[in-house]
Design a protein around this ligand. Structure first.
Ligand SMILES: [Zn+2]
Length: 164
């Protein structure tokens, strides 16, 4: 996958989100995606990872959830009735406490389309799961090689799927 495809997919995601915001103007919107820094090819393992948490996420969305398999990887959207800060709180819990939570980006938007940040809730920025740098920096600079990223993912998943 090229950087171009990643950027194209970002556009696609923004479009989906503005469609959903139009359809559900009063609700809290969550974008669910894997938090993989840089262009990695979608594969079966990514789908397994995504689906390990997705059923729990859909329970958090009393309203509607949408799962889409993209060439760039699985993506999901949740429409929630709860206050955005509350939803964000729940999502941070999942990111931090679930065995594979570190591999997810659970971005929460209020009814005006503003993203609720971790710092809004007094939390520090997320760290990259490969190194300890803030995740955004590694994603932006594509600091890690595919091999490095794969190794880190395998380590996080180690034991998880085997014990299922
Ligand atoms: Zn990193």
């Amino acid at each position: 996958m090229t950087l171009h495809e990643v950027l194209k997919n970002k556009e696609w995601r923004m479009d989906r989100m503005s469609d959903l915001a139009e359809q559900f103007p009063q609700q809290t919107l969550v974008s669910v995606k894997l938090n993989i820094p840089g262009p990695m090819k979608n594969n079966l393992r990514f789908q397994e990872i995504f689906l390990s948490i997705w059923p729990d996420l859909t329970k958090k969305s009393e309203f509607q959830s949408l799962f889409i398999e993209r060439e760039t990887g699985p993506e999901g959207f949740l429409i929630c009735l709860d206050q955005p800060q509350r939803v964000k709180q729940d999502m941070i819990q999942i990111e931090e406490n679930r065995p594979l939570g570190r591999l997810f980006d659970l971005d929460v938007y209020d009814e005006s389309g503003n993203q609720i940040s971790r710092s809004d809730l007094g939390k520090s920025a997320r760290k990259c799961f490969v190194c300890a740098t803030p995740a955004k920096e590694c994603a932006r600079s594509q600091r890690h090689s595919k091999a490095e990223i794969s190794a880190a993912i395998n380590k996080i998943c180690e034991g998880y799927f085997e014990n299922k």
